[in-house]
Write a protein that binds this ligand. Structure first.
Ligand code: PLP
Ligand code: ZN
Length: 426
């Protein structure tokens, strides 16, 4: 395995094992705590007092950097490393006052990660991966992905001319596969599940010395994803929202959001954590069941069955960070059905103009589920993390359309239009 070397001059102090609490130096060559094995997920820790001294909020406010690199002191890369040229981060946050009232909250926002270069939040993690690989002198990066992490890695690698090797399951949607091929990645379609693709990728990285981008293993990927939380707080003028709805598959995005808020709390830039709501598909809900069962209870890994392919996971790779994210913020997990998801895609698009892929729209379906459960309070501010663009995967939506939602076939004559809209005099 590539030596996960330290990043000189960064503020990283150590990698902390979330299972045993041990500190490992950042130049360690492993991705999991060697004492704890597969449960030894690591978390990147910084010298927060030093950051606080040398990086006042005013310095951030006057930064002309628009994307995720504006938060460089809180990132695990050397300040002298060149960021990749693709602009990652800086996604819009839209207020939706008309929907807020409908759901009984004071304010509602949509963070539209569909605006990233490859159309999903995964670009934030892949941007860190390419900088880390360059720092380590590794020229090939590999990942296992149902599509979005793969596209993100392929694009970020292309932007700095590194090689991307992608292990995808056969169920990958066609638009996502096309994106990978166009971006020049070496695509290996694994005749098996996502879980098998993941394991194969991990072994191949060890065997060939590739940089392993698999989130859930690589603690640095959390650091990329957390920038969505940093950005969100800055966009809200450092006001902390009450609730954030996050679609959850493996749980890395949820863990990343938590890490971002926890870092800001350490710096004293915010004074509390928002409640994180992990939204899972009812057909892929391991974490929901694990959270309901409570610590120490065994939960069965079930084959996923959902249209939301980005959150279709049998056994989440990073249950620790995801469960902590919900527990330590007083949040919860909710489940939504495929039908609720397709309804949410249309409802969100029509109310906001933001077209979300099924997994991303689950966040909105989760808001509705909580509203119907009476879990929202009148004075609260909620944020939907819309993790991916609707153009990524249109088939499930099209399949779900009712007859009256289909386009109207008309003859190319004005009379056929008049039959629908009247004669125009009204
Ligand atoms: C990856 C992804 C998710 C889920 O992220 P996890 O870290 O696996 O929980 C949700 N939505 C979209 C669009 C994604 O690409
Ligand atoms: Zn440990």
């Amino acid at each position: 395995m590539a030596n996960q070397n330290s990043c000189p001059d960064s503020y990283v102090t150590w990698l902390q094992c979330l299972a045993c609490g041990r500190h490992h130096p950042p130049e360690t060559s492993f991705l999991l705590c060697p004492e704890c094995g597969p449960a030894g997920f690591l978390s990147v820790t910084y010298d927060y007092p030093a950051i606080r001294r040398r990086w006042p909020q005013s310095a951030l406010a006057s930064s002309r950097e628009r994307g995720m690199w504006r938060y460089l002191p809180l990132l695990p890369v050397s300040p002298t490393s060149a960021p990749p040229p693709l602009v990652v981060g800086g996604t819009p946050l839209y207020p939706l006052p008309h929907i807020a009232r409908r759901f009984g909250v004071k304010e509602l926002y949509v963070k539209d990660e569909g605006q990233q270069p490859t159309g999903s939040l995964k670009d934030r993690a892949s941007a860190i991966a390419v900088v880390r690989a360059c720092e380590l002198g590794v020229r090939t990066i590999a990942t296992a992905s149902t599509g979005n992490a793969a596209a993100a890695l392929a694009a970020l690698c292309a932007s700095v001319q590194l090689k991307a090797v992608i292990f995808v399951p056969k169920t990958i949607p066609p638009a996502k596969l096309a994106q990978l091929i166009a971006l020049g990645a070496h695509v290996l379609m694994v005749d098996g599940s996502y879980d098998e693709a993941f394991d194969l990728c991990t072994v191949a990285c060890q065997r060939f010395g590739w940089y392993n981008r698999n989130t859930g293993l690589n603690p640095y990927m959390t650091e990329g994803k957390k920038t969505a939380a940093l950005e969100l707080c800055e966009q809200l003028g450092w006001r902390v929202p009450d609730l954030i709805f996050v679609p959850v598959g493996d749980g890395c995005i949820l863990g990343g959001m938590h890490k971002g808020f926890a870092d800001l709390l350490q710096l004293g830039w915010i004074d509390r954590l928002p409640r994180l709501v992990g939204v899972q598909s009812a057909g892929s809900n391991y974490l929901y069941r694990a959270w309901q069962a409570g610590p120490g209870h065994r939960v069965e890994a079930l084959a996923p069955c959902t249209i939301a392919d980005s959150i279709a996971v049998r056994l989440p790779r990073d249950p620790t960070k995801a469960l902590r994210a919900v527990d330590e913020t007083g949040g919860c997990f909710v489940c939504v059905t495929d039908e609720q998801i397709t309804t949410a895609i249309k409802e969100l698009a029509r109310l906001s103009g933001v077209f979300a892929e099924p997994a991303a729209a689950a966040a909105f379906a989760g808001l509705r589920a909580c509203a119907e459960d009476g879990a929202l309070r009148a004075g609260e501010t909620a944020v939907l993390l819309i993790t991916g663009n609707g153009l990524k995967d249109t088939a499930p939506l099209v399949r779900s359309l009712r007859r009256e939602e289909m386009p109207t076939l008309v003859a190319p004559r004005i009379e056929s239009i008049e039959r629908i809209f009247g004669d125009g005099t009204g």
